[in-house]
Design a protein. Structure first.
Length: 116
């Protein structure tokens, strides 16, 4: 069973930056073929897809983070990153990664809190 572990969250002022990491806990055969994604869930709201990275390296973003967030991956480390710049209070949420179709068990997530 694949376990995902997210890290890098914290408390930051509006306009600041954070870099999130998500690592699969064991060696996965063919990690590079998986389309990976970052999701977030704010209190009282549904989980939202934030960013996607395909095996080709192509990326997609929800409109609210375009130009501010960058998703990347290091297949040798089974790790996906989310660079978040120009953070806004509305980015406050628990951030999780998973495959694009949420095929693996959800990890604990990492909390991002942006103060105004």
């Amino acid at each position: 069973q694949v376990q995902l572990v997210e890290s890098g969250g914290g408390l930051v002022q509006a306009g600041g930056s954070l870099r999130l990491s998500c690592t699969a806990s064991r060696t996965i055969s063919g990690f590079s073929i998986y389309t990976m994604a970052w999701y977030r869930q704010a209190p009282g709201k549904q989980r939202e897809l934030v960013a996607t990275i395909f095996s080709s390296g192509s990326t997609n973003y929800v409109d609210s983070v375009k130009g501010r967030f960058t998703i990347s991956r290091d297949n040798a480390k089974n790790t996906v990153y989310l660079q978040m710049d120009s953070l806004k209070p509305e980015d406050t949420a628990a951030y999780h990664c998973n495959t694009r179709n949420a095929a693996w068990s959800w990890g604990p997530g990492t909390q991002v809190t942006v103060s105004s």
